[in-house]
Design a protein around this ligand. Sequence first.
Ligand SMILES: CC(C)(COP(=O)(O)OP(=O)(O)OC[C@H]1O[C@@H](n2cnc3c(N)ncnc32)[C@H](O)[C@@H]1OP(=O)(O)O)[C@@H](O)C(=O)NCCC(=O)NCCS
Length: 158
Amino acid sequence: MENQTQVQQQFICRKLELEDYQKGFLLCLSYLTKTPDLPFEKFKEIYNNYPGCVYVVEDVQAKLIASTISLVIEQNIFETKYYIENVVTHPDYRGKGFVRELMEKIKSDVKDLVKKENGENGNENNQISLELYCKQETKGLYEKLGFQEDGFIASKYV
Ligand SMILES: CC(C)(COP(=O)(O)OP(=O)(O)OC[C@H]1O[C@@H](n2cnc3c(N)ncnc32)[C@H](O)[C@@H]1OP(=O)(O)O)[C@@H](O)C(=O)NCCC(=O)NCCS
């Protein structure tokens, strides 16, 4: 099928669909963060207004979401920013390379998107930066995936 990749026989890497509400998408996310009990209507509203795109790996036999990453696209004054968020794999599916696969799909989709937006005037060699914030414990994962530490992230509770 178009716009999805076969990860391993039983798994498919694709964009989030509304039906994923029934396939444990929120359960998968709950292994990253405390997720509220979201009614379907609210989920639909968030889905329809999401400023970017959510990607998932589905276990098609079990009809379960095994892994997910969100790509947030933000239009700044001078440029478009691409942020990676909500990176999590269900504990039963870790170590199978799903986050690596999702990241590859995002990379390829962002490149296509930029190419499309720039059209004929685009410079093929323009570098596109994917940015993310992570805790010290997962720094090694992102380094393995080719990310490099860049700058200083600060937060302040107000
Ligand atoms: C971290 C997490 C997302 C990894 O998901 P995963 O699907 O198991 O990752 P992958 O199998 O695609 O791993 C890709 C590579 O990173 C490595 N890796 C995975 N987790 C790692 C970690 N915490 N530190 C260092 N390397 C890590 C893997 O060994 C693999 O390396 P390889 O390709 O050389 O074998 C998963 O363990 C998880 O959901 N943890 C809890 C939530 C979390 O911490 N999310 C990140 C928030 S910033």
